[in-house]
Ligand binder design. Structure first.
Ligand SMILES: Cc1ncc(COP(=O)(O)O)c(C=O)c1O
Length: 409
């Protein structure tokens, strides 16, 4: 069931590139993934043959464009086992999807004294919208803390969840790779009477997703991390919630009627899609989903667990005490994001020297500043793995780290 990475690599035109005379070793997919030829072709073909605005014209190519856009919605619904295509809202990215919930459901339902439970390992996208709400409304923010082994410390869960109105939790940390136990957290939040939002930006590209099995009320993810283009994200939400929520942005498309003295909203999901939507991006996302379904998400996960294990072993064996890798030690307990400190070299210097060897890793706070503070570091270097990476890429990372060591003596 493992992936044929040599064949997969050939589907990604950028992988042929050389950087500084070295082959490109792309290890930054947690930030944004590369795009296969099928995605690039689908977007190009659509624009060359059927491009028009959607839900407006009655002429042939407008109807084709509308059908292609809605087919993308059906593909998303199938891919994550959403209850219906009506529960799938397209947004600009997952950040916008989460803000949609914060500006509509949350502002209609939360006020002073209400509590939102998040974790210490959230990306800013699932933290700042709630901090803004706290500032504006006096909503209380509570935090599930990080445990020593970089899982979540659930010892105080009963007290923390008591009386909360919303649990907003990542499905996979973009820094640690930690996979919070959603099967425990979501029922606990529901039992306490809370709604649940899952930030699945790092999960959906890498593991099989079943939003109905999660039973989350809101699930957000983003196209550019899952082989699709930038400019499109997804909010999947329970239909009854979408029906009851006020609209988000106002404008064309999201209305059924507009008069000089008022307006009535469109049906869901279009009620939340004001203006011309990301049409070409939806076509690209559909092609990305086809690509991932072709590979099989079980196989994707199996490949990444195996490659993560190889990476952890290789880096620890070769660098011992010179390297500190954050996140759970057991590959099956985590995703393929490997954040590390290397000797006392600043992560930006690491990233720059690795670049001289063609190796792309992210350096910085990874949009998770509270987590970095909790880890006691200002920044880390992060290598992240995907379907087009293999053991040779991990070896290239280790060799380039050797060169970093040499450079800094
Ligand atoms: C866990 C997590 N949530 C949210 C985001 C934000 O994604 P986007 O910039 O596509 O909105 C990211 C991106 O790094 C992420 O890793």
């Amino acid at each position: 069931m493992t992936l044929d990475v040599a064949t997969i690599k050939r589907d990604f035109p950028i992988i042929d590139r050389e950087i500084n005379g070295k082959r490109l070793v792309y290890l930054d997919s947690a930030s944004s993934s590369q795009k296969p030829r099928s995605v690039l072709d689908a977007m190009g073909r659509f624009q060359e043959t059927s491009y028009a605005n959607v839900h407006r014209g009655v002429y042939t190519i407008a109807a084709e464009a509308t059908e292609a856009y809605e087919a993308a919605r059906r593909a998303v619904a199938r891919f994550v086992n959403a209850p219906s295509e009506r529960s799938v809202v397209f947004a600009k990215n997952v950040t916008e999807a989460i803000n949609l919930v914060a500006y509509t459901w949350a502002r209609a339902n939360l006020g002073a004294g209400d509590a939102v439970l998040v974790t210490e390992m959230e990306h800013h996208a699932n933290l700042v919208p709630w901090l803004m709400l706290a500032e504006e409304r006096g909503v209380e923010l509570r935090y599930l803390p990080l445990a020593e082994d970089h899982t979540l410390d659930l010892s105080d869960l009963d007290r923390l969840v008591d009386g909360v109105k919303l649990l907003a939790v990542t499905a996979m940390s973009n820094v640690l790779g930690t996979l919070p136990p959603l099967d425990l957290l979501i029922p606990a939040a529901h039992a306490a009477g809370a709604k649940v939002l899952v930030d699945a930006a790092q999960w959906v590209p890498h593991l099989p997703t079943d939003v109905q099995a999660w039973d989350a009320d809101f699930v957000g993810f983003t196209g550019h991390k899952m082989l699709g283009p930038s400019g499109i994200g997804v909010l999947v939400a329970k239909e009854e919630l979408l029906e009851s929520m006020p609209a988000f942005l106002g404008g064309g498309e999201m209305i059924r009627d507009v008069r000089l003295d008022g307006w009535t909203p469109n049906e869901i999901p279009w009620k939340f899609e004001a203006g011309t939507p990301p049409i070409v991006e939806a076509i690209g996302l559909h092609a990305a989903i086809d690509e991932l379904e072709g590979l099989g998400m079980d196989a994707v996960r199996e490949h990444e667990v195996s490659l993560t294990g190889y990476a952890l072993r290789t880096l620890n064996d070769r660098f011992g005490d010179d390297i500190t890798i954050h996140g759970p030690a057991e590959p099956a307990m985590r995703g393929g994001v490997i954040s590390f400190e290397f000797r006392d070299v600043h992560p930006h210097d690491i990233s720059q020297i690795l670049d001289e060897h063609g190796v792309c890793v992210r350096a910085g706070h990874h949009c998770a500043k509270p987590l970095m503070r909790r880890l006691g570091v200002g920044a880390s270097a992060r290598a992240s793995l995907y379907v087009y990476n293999d053991e040779a890429d991990v070896d290239a990372l280790a060799d380039a780290l050797d060169a970093t060591s040499t450079f800094f003596g």
